[in-house]
Design a protein around this ligand. Structure first.
Ligand code: TYD
Length: 130
């Protein structure tokens, strides 16, 4: 599978606000073992700069705008702009990513595995040699 957008449902209306729901097998194609969120990232900082051997993720910008630049092992590059809380980005294993944040953006990550430092590929040269 390639990185792709996921659409979450949007329950509610403009007068009340909305609820979006992520459920295993319905919208999330793996069992969620970990959830984390990142916040207060300055606008001039690029995070990411790694890939994972096994981890799959679904990312949501619950607030603000988050831009992912991705690259797969064949060298296919894509840009995904997460600018709405009903939009998700599915990232399969072995995807290099760089991440930029708007002011006050909050990134929510649903992850298929617990945190394993050795699952990270932090050297681009190691990634591109795979
Ligand atoms: P990292 O995944 O590199 O963040 P990003 O892709 O947003 O730049 O993680 C940043 C640091 O946090 C790194 O030292 C590993 C640590 N970390 C944990 O200890 N546990 C976790 O669950 C995560 C996601 C990161």
């Amino acid at each position: 599978m390639k990185p792709h957008f996921i659409s979450f449902n949007k329950i509610g209306d403009p007068s009340l606000g909305y609820i979006s729901v992520a459920e295993i097998s319905d919208t999330i194609p793996f069992e969620i073992k970990r959830v984390y969120w990142t916040y207060y990232t300055p606008q001039d900082v690029t995070r990411g700069g790694h890939a994972h051997y096994d981890l799959e993720q679904v990312i949501v910008a619950v607030s603000g705008t988050i831009t992912f630049t991705t690259e797969d092992l064949e060298g296919n590059k894509d840009e995904f702009i997460l600018d709405s809380p009903d939009k998700g980005l599915y990232l399969p294993k072995l995807i290099w990513r760089d991440i930029k944040f708007s002011h006050s953006a909050v990134l929510l990550c649903l992850a298929s595995e617990k945190y394993i430092a050795s699952d990270y590929i932090r050297e681009y040269k190691t990634f591109s040699a795979l």
